[in-house]
Design a protein around this ligand. Structure first.
Ligand SMILES: [Fe+2]
Length: 370
C-alpha cells in the first residue's frame, strides 16, 4: 500500500474529548505474579471493559524484560500479535516504541490512530507502553510541529510533550530523547536542540554520580533516527545517517554526548530492519575477540523492523557492510533486552550479552583497543 501524505484529509483532531485517568496508591511487586490489579476506565456514563495489570518490582535482584522496537504501524503491524501474546502472559515488564507509530496517528482524522491504539490495548493496558517521537509523529501538522495526536494520546513522564524523559527500571536508567529536533531547525528547533542538549548533559551527569550509577549502572539511550546504518537509503551515507554530517543539524553531537557520558547501549529505529553494531565511536569500531565485554563505547542497536507500513520496497543493504555492522536482517520483529528464555514466544534471530564491569564516563577522544 502506498501512502500519500495528503494532509488535507487528516486535519487536526484536537476537537476530541479525552479523559486521562490516574491510578493512585499502587504498590510495587514483592514477588512475581502478585499485585495484579484490575481496573476500568471511564465515567458513570460509559465504562471500558475490565483490564488488569502487573506493577513493577523494585527489589535489587529484579531483571526487567524490556521489549524495544521502532516503526510499527497498524495495517502491517506484524509484531502486534506476538506482543499481545507476551502481554497476556505478562512475559515482559515494559514496552518501548521508539518512534514512527501507527503510520499515522492522525490519519483519517485520527480514526487510524484509534485502530492502532485498539490493537495495542491488550498490551498497553497490562504493561507500560512508552513512546518517543519519530518523523511520522510530525507529519501534517502546522509548521511541522509535533502532532496533537502524539502529544495527547500518550502521557510520558516529566511533562515534555513526550519528547524527552528518563525512567528508572531496575538497574537501568532509560534516557529517551528526540532526534527530530535536528531535522526541523528551519522551524526554530535550534533552540530545542540546545535545550535538549543541556537537559541530556544534566541528567547524564546526575546519573554518573557514584551513588546514582551504583543503583542504575546501565544507562540506555533511546532515539528514533539511527546514528549508524548500513542500507542503501539515501540518508545513510558511509554507514551513518547523512544528516549527522550537516553542520546545521549537529546530530553528531549526540554521539559524542552518549559516548562521553558512558551510555552503555543505544536503541534506534527509522530504518526498517535490524542491525546490531559493534561498539563504535566516530566511525571507529572496536575490533577485538569479544568486543561486547567492556565495550569502549556505546553499543548501538537498530531495531526498526516491528512492522512498518506503506512502503512496498524492503530495506536494501550496502554490500559489503560497514565495518561496524555485526549482524543485520530484514525479518520483522522486535528486541527483547535481557531475555532469552522459555517465556520468549519465538526463537531469537540474534542474541548477545553485553558485559560492562566499569560503568563510567569516557573522554571524548577515547580510542578503542584494537
Ligand atoms: Fe522514521
Amino acid at each position: 500500500m502506498y501512502r500519500v501524505y495528503d494532509c488535507k484529509e487528516h486535519n487536526y483532531t484536537n476537537d476530541r474529548t479525552q479523559a486521562i485517568p490516574t491510578i493512585k496508591k499502587l504498590s510495587p511487586q514483592k514477588q512475581i505474579h502478585i499485585a495484579i490489579g484490575e481496573y476500568r476506565v471511564g465515567s458513570p456514563q460509559s465504562w471500558s471493559e475490565e483490564h488488569s495489570f502487573k506493577t513493577m518490582r523494585t527489589d535489587a535482584n529484579w531483571v526487567p524484560k524490556v521489549v524495544i522496537f521502532g516503526d510499527m504501524g497498524w495495517i502491517k503491524g506484524y509484531s502486534i500479535p506476538n506482543l499481545q501474546k507476551m502481554a497476556e502472559k505478562y512475559a515482559m515488564d515494559l514496552v518501548i516504541h521508539i518512534g514512527d507509530i501507527a503510520y499515522e496517528l492522525y490519519t483519517f482524522k485520527g480514526t487510524l490512530g484509534d485502530g492502532f491504539l485498539k490493537a495495542i490495548e491488550p498490551i498497553a493496558t497490562r504493561v507500560p507502553y512508552m513512546v518517543i517521537p519519530g518523523n511520522h509523529e510530525y507529519y501534517c501538522y502546522r509548521d511541522q510541529d509535533l502532532g496533537y495526536n502524539y502529544k495527547r494520546r500518550f502521557k510520558m513522564p516529566q511533562n515534555t510533550d513526550n519528547e524527552y524523559y528518563t525512567m528508572k527500571v531496575g538497574k537501568a536508567l532509560f534516557v529517551a530523547f528526540s532526534t527530530e529536533y535536528y531535522f526541523r531547525i528551519e522551524n526554530g528547533s535550534n533552540e530545542k536542540v540546545l535545550k535538549q542538549k543541556l537537559w541530556l548533559e544534566r541528567v547524564l551527569t546526575e546519573a554518573n554520580l557514584p551513588h546514582n550509577r551504583a543503583k542504575q549502572p546501565w544507562i540506555i539511550g533511546l532515539g528514533h533516527r539511527s546514528l549508524y546504518c548500513s542500507t542503501t537509503d539515501s540518508s545513510c551515507i558511509n554507514g551513518m545517517t547523512i544528516d549527522t554530517g550537516d553542520t546545521k543539524t549537529k546530530m553528531i553531537e549526540l554521539e559524542e554526548i552518549l559516548h562521553r557520558q558512558g551510555v552503555d547501549i543505544a536503541f534506534w529505529g527509522h530504518y526498517h530492519y535490524y542491525d546490531r553494531f559493534y561498539p563504535v565511536y566516530n566511525r571507529t569500531m572496536q575490533n577485538s575477540s569479544n568486543p561486547y565485554v567492556n565495550p569502549f563505547s556505546t553499543v548501538h542497536i537498530l531495531s526498526g523492523a516491528a512492522g512498518m507500513d506503506g512502503d512496498p520496497t524492503p530495506e536494501r543493504f550496502v554490500d559489503p557492510p560497514p565495518l561496524w555492522s555485526a549482524f543485520r536482517t530484514i525479518e520483522f520483529g522486535y528486541s527483547v533486552m535481557n531475555v532469552v528464555n522459555d517465556s520468549h514466544p519465538q526463537k531469537p534471530i540474534d542474541s548477545i550479552w553485553i558485559v560492562q564491569h566499569n560503568h563510567q564516563t569516557r573522554t571524548s577522544d577515547n580510542k578503542c583497543s584494537v
